[in-house]
Ligand binder design. Sequence first.
Ligand code: HXC
Ligand code: NAP
Length: 262
Amino acid sequence: MSEFAGKTLFVSGGTSGINLAVAQHFAGCGARVFVISRDPGRVAAAVQSLRDLGAEADGMPADVRQYDQVAAAVTRCAELFGQIDILVSGAAGNFLAKAQNISSNGFRAVMEIDVLGTHHVMHAAFSHLRKPGASILNISAPQGSVAMVGQAHVCAAKSGIDMMTRALALEWGPLGIRVNSVSPGPIEGTEGQKRLVPNPAAVEERVNAIPLKRMGTLADVAELCAFLASDRANYITGAVIPVDGGTTLNPTPTRMGQFLED
Ligand code: HXC
Ligand code: NAP
């Protein structure tokens, strides 16, 4: 497939899990791909996996909390590939803890990675994205719209991201830039799920609560991202789109942190 031939994708947090799978999907569809995250070893491995798919790919270590690092990575990507057409903001932090057990530093860490980091990548990439056909995909979560026990910091962060999606769709729509949030439900085999459903009883309850009765796959998320970034979705902006098997329709996930001590 070559749907994204000639396009360049920049992915923050694109070195593992869902974001890497999205990067690999676009690479398989002909895109040039640039990934960033903090760990240099992960960056190198991710870049190699993208090149193994036949893609032009590169990356560099960068912490999305540090604007200068993000801006340097965006500049490097544009120098190498000449342009940026699609931005995926996927870097995130999460742990399960009740609000009274989240320190100021813990709350700040998640807000800075998720919310400030998303602002940083969108701001740094803006001059390259400022053209008709550009697309931004912010990776959100059900926490952006559904309250969950043990997730006060993540609910604050992901709902903040979803409102940035809407605000920038409003501001940047006239420039031709579409901005959407992709909101995956529980995706099997990911770091996020290891952290949130850490034992078999929790996994069983989680799956039972999903209307489609299964965890999502990496491919489920990648397919939605590819659709939203394509011309097939060129009248969709400012949307928060779940790919969650109906997870957000069922209130049971609010009990996710039920095993936590007070
Ligand atoms: C309470 C915790 C904690 C926990 C860390 N902290 N884990 N507090 N319960 N389980 C606190 C620490 O004590 C510290 O506060 C503060 O958080 C910052 O921790 P550091 O380790 O110093 O910070 P840092 O190295 O910046 O790491 C950030 C992190 C870490 C978020 C804490 O886990 C991380 O790097 N995560 C990235 C990977 C990740 O989370 N992947 C999953 C994304 S999935 P003090 O006060 O002690 O200094 C996801 C799923 C969403 O988002 C939805 C699924 C449905
Ligand atoms: P993951 O594998 O831990 O992915 C997180 C990525 O972000 C890693 O590549 C990590 O790499 C990077 N990262 C973290 N902090 C960073 C920082 N400060 N600067 C730059 N990069 C940073 O987790 P995942 O489960 O696949 O989740 C990926 C995305 O999907 C997240 O946005 C998450 O909220 C969302 N999501 C996940 C699920 C799920 O079921 N897993 C459900 C809904 C939404 P480094 O450690 O190298 O920095």
